[in-house]
Design a protein around this ligand. Structure first.
Ligand SMILES: [Zn+2]
Length: 235
């Protein structure tokens, strides 16, 4: 360690700095040069650090978004109604988002989930068919996939009623929605169907009373949002 060095930009002599640690002097780098070149170099290092920090923050956000179950296609989804939907859920309300195919229901649901994830909330987003698949697989392999869905703070189920569940799956769906309702945990669904039609869809292979019980719990303390508009996916 030398006592001085010279600035690579202007050649000025820079003294070593020392700290005292346990009574002994410790080398603590050289003093900063205030010439233009040295300042520009420090500014560049700060800029690069800020870029790296921003990238790391964005990487963590993307990871949280994927972990919540939001599909890559929708990980940047935005929707003008998403902020108020997120606020509604944070105030404990369920959401019933319905509309024809292509009215951006999944966009709205994903954008809402994204806002909740960005605020550090425990969010799960899933297409309803995936929950039904997990229930089926759980029945076969003797494990219960429901607790994770029952206990997350916010649950968003996309395309509710797209498939008609079996009698067994319908019972498990009821167990899921009923438990969340009892725990006062907000659930959002997107669906093509108005409530009456949704009950018919859910009851197709199962028990109508159970279907009614599911939909009526979803509709408790619930905000309904009907989305309209032409099918954007068809151009
Ligand atoms: Zn210098």
């Amino acid at each position: 360690m030398r006592n001085t060095t010279s600035c690579p930009h202007c050649g000025a002599t820079l003294n070593a700095r020392e700290w005292t640690l346990g009574g002994k002097p410790v080398f603590a780098g050289y003093e900063q040069c205030e010439c233009e070149g040295a300042r520009a170099e420090r500014a560049e290092i700060e800029r690069l650090q800020a870029v790296a920090e921003r990238r790391e923050r964005e990487r963590r956000e993307r990871e949280a978004i994927r972990k919540a179950g939001i599909m890559p296609r929708f990980e940047n989804a935005t929707h003008p109604l998403a902020p108020e939907c997120a606020r509604d859920m944070q105030q404990g309300r369920n959401l019933y988002i319905f509309g024809e195919v292509g009215t951006l229901k999944t966009h709205l649901a994903s954008a809402t989930a994204r806002i909740l994830v960005a605020e550090g909330c425990n969010v799960r987003f899933s297409a309803m068919w995936k929950v039904l698949d997990a229930i089926k697989a759980g029945f076969r392999d003797n494990y219960d996939p429901l607790p994770a869905y029952q206990s997350c703070k916010y649950l968003i189920l996309d395309d509710f009623g797209k498939e008609s569940p079996t009698d067994f799956a319908l019972e498990r769906m009821f167990a899921l929605i009923d438990e969340r309702s009892a725990r006062m945990l907000p659930t959002a669904v997107t669906t093509q169907y108005k409530p009456g039609r949704l009950i018919e869809r859910l009851a197709k292979n199962g028990d109508k009373d159970t279907a009614i019980a599911i939909v009526s719990r979803l509709r408790q303390d619930c905000r309904s949002i009907e989305l309209e508009g032409r099918d954007r996916r068809l151009g």
